[in-house]
Design a protein around this ligand. Structure first.
Ligand code: PEP
Ligand code: MG
Length: 555
């Protein structure tokens, strides 16, 4: 089976599929024995509490404290005696256990939502508890992450943030999803956790629990019942890649010493302290949505300042590029995004959100500036750069730069995600201290192809010559004006493509931390002229596959 490999590595193990929530039958007969049914409901709730506790302990053991906290909260909800009493009372009134639990939990959910703030954010966690208890009562497999009692290859249609939040990196050997592309949530999370993964693998829908598979996240192949010699060959190839990576360290540079900053992308799910401990030169994309997701209101100025300050301090004077809030389209926020927008990807998203909510951007810029001041007041250093997402014109870039500078922020730039911005690269670069190309969205808008649709993965391939041509225009504008040009989309983490990007004039690459070592090695074995020659080869190719093959063959 083939898909898109998104995190290199070889995983071998039995398949376990993500469980789907059971449908609750609309009419169920009233229980014959209400006392026995009420006991069944109490036992199911208590069993859910025990299972969630065990998961929390496992998550904690693997250093996933945030996941452990969510699971702790769910376990507490399952054990809440008021909830159990309410459900039991509903059974006594003649409701089937499944309906009693669903109704009782729906009541709790409404109360949490009405309370607002932190409690409202926990409301969705109740759905996880409900789905688990309902499945137990119906006697069907549990929904969510499987727990077969041994390590497994996780196979799913796709994974949501709620699924991955509690993913146990000790148990999940590999990830395979039928949907998704190189820029999907699953891809980003798999890379940040360093789990070999393949996305957009339609054929994986036919895989059943227990089937032995090999997942090769480097080339996106999945083998069923692999022979020992095949496993050994795949593992050796991966080990060779690792050995090459291990032979190089420190700041990124080509063989002839041309510097290329190697940075990491940080977002929900990545621990800043762990990322900072790596051999990286800083953060090239701080996805600040992580502070706004799963919330009913925007984080306060103080909450934001605290979070930014911790991240800046963790990177101790290394560069940190903060992207201002990128709400809308694939990153909807309930309190900001208009659910009735006819075409959200082309709507009021990214920086445009600040047209309607200027206060939000203002608060965010103030908080970033305050965090810099706080770190410096502590005797630390913070090299903080700020950029806006979804900028389309040089005028917009200038407006954002003026706003950010008015808050005392020193280094201000914009992302290049809209073809218009790349086509006007000269003017855009003049308005900025730096630019950073978001190849995920730039592909989406250049090819009119939704980045979340796996069917369109071919169009979204970053080796598309038309995309590379836009990157070349931005690289040339940056070089002419001596202005840094970064790439922070998923393309930056492809070790075969990285030399091509450098050859097109890119001066920094920002990626998942797990990709840095391979990219560093790929640059260290080529001179800048060789990178330029590879770029010319990729640009001249008839299509993405031909470009990739020609560059691989050129070595
Ligand atoms: C991009 O679009 O390439 C990018 C880096 O931003 P995001 O993936 O967060 O939209
Ligand atoms: Mg983007």
């Amino acid at each position: 089976m083939r898909g898109v490999g998104v995190c290199a590595g070889v995983a071998v193990g039995p398949v376990a599929r993500l469980g789907l929530p059971a449908a609750v039958p609309a009419d169920l007969p009233a229980p014959d024995d209400v006392t026995a049914e009420a006991t069944r409901v109490r036992e199911a709730l208590s069993a859910a509490g025990d299972a969630l506790d065990a998961r929390a302990a496992a998550a904690r053991e693997h250093g996933r404290d945030e996941a452990a906290q969510i699971l702790d909260a769910q376990a507490m909800m399952a054990r809440d005696f008021v909830l159990a009493d309410r459900a039991a009372a509903l059974v006594t009134e003649g409701n089937a256990g499944v309906h009693a639990v669903s109704t009782a939990l729906a009541g709790f959910r409404a109360q949490l939502e009405a309370a607002g703030g932190y409690l409202a954010e926990r409301a969705a966690d109740l759905d996880g508890v409900r789905d688990r208890v309902v499945s137990t009562l119906l006697g069907v497999p549990l929904p969510g992450l499987p727990d077969p009692g041994h390590p497994y290859v996780l196979v799913a249609e796709d994974l949501t943030p709620a699924d991955t939040a509690t993913l146990d990196t000790g148990a999940v050997l590999g990830i395979v999803t039928a949907a998704g592309g190189a820029t999907s949530h699953t891809a980003i999370i798999a890379k940040s956790l360093g789990i070999p993964a393949i996305v957009g693998c339609r054929a994986s829908e036919s895989l059943t629990d227990g089937t032995a598979v090999l997942v090769d996240g480097a080339d996106g192949t999945l083998l069923i019942d692999p022979q020992d010699d095949v496993v050994a060959t795949r593992r050796e190839a991966f080990a060779a890649r690792r050995a090459l990576a291990a032979a190089h360290s420190g700041p990124g540079r080509t063989k002839d010493g041309h510097p290329v900053k190697l940075l990491v992308n940080l977002g929900a799910g990545e621990d800043p302290a762990t990322a900072a401990a790596g051999d990286v030169e800083g953060v090239g994309l701080l996805r600040t949505e992580l502070l706004y997701l799963d919330r009913a209101t925007a984080p306060t100025f103080d909450e934001q300042t605290k979070a930014y300050r911790e991240i800046f301090a963790a990177f101790g004077g290394r560069k940190v590029v903060v992207r201002t809030l990128d709400a809308g389209a694939d990153k909807p926020l309930p309190f900001l995004t208009d659910p009735d927008e006819p075409n959200p990807a082309l709507g009021v998203r990214g920086w445009r959100t600040s047209w309607r909510h200027p206060d939000l951007l203002d608060d965010q810029l103030r908080a970033i500036a305050a965090a810099v001041t706080a770190v410096e007041a502590d005797g630390g250093a913070a090299d903080v750069w700020v950029m806006a997402p979804m900028i389309a014109t040089a005028g917009e870039a200038a407006r954002f730069a003026a706003d950010a500078k008015a808050h005392g922020l020193r280094t201000v730039g914009t992302m290049v995600e809209v073809p218009a911005a790349a086509l006007a690269a000269d003017a855009l670069v003049s308005a900025c201290d730096f630019v950073s190309i978001g190849t995920n969205d730039l592909s989406q808008y250049t090819f009119a192809a939704d980045r979340l649709q796996s069917e369109l993965a071919g169009l979204l391939d970053p080796w598309q010559p038309a995309l590379l041509r836009l990157i070349q225009m931005v690289g040339a504008a940056g070089a002419a004006q001596d202005t840094p040009v970064g790439v922070c989309g998923e393309a930056a983490g492809d070790p075969l493509l990285a030399p091509v990007l450098v050859g097109l004039g890119v001066t920094s690459l920002s990626m998942a931390s797990g990709s840095v070592a391979d990219v560093r090695a790929a640059l260290a074995i080529r001179t800048l002229d060789e990178c330029r020659a590879l770029a010319a080869t990729a640009l001249a190719a008839a299509d993405a596959a031909a470009g990739r093959a020609a560059v691989a063959a050129a070595g």
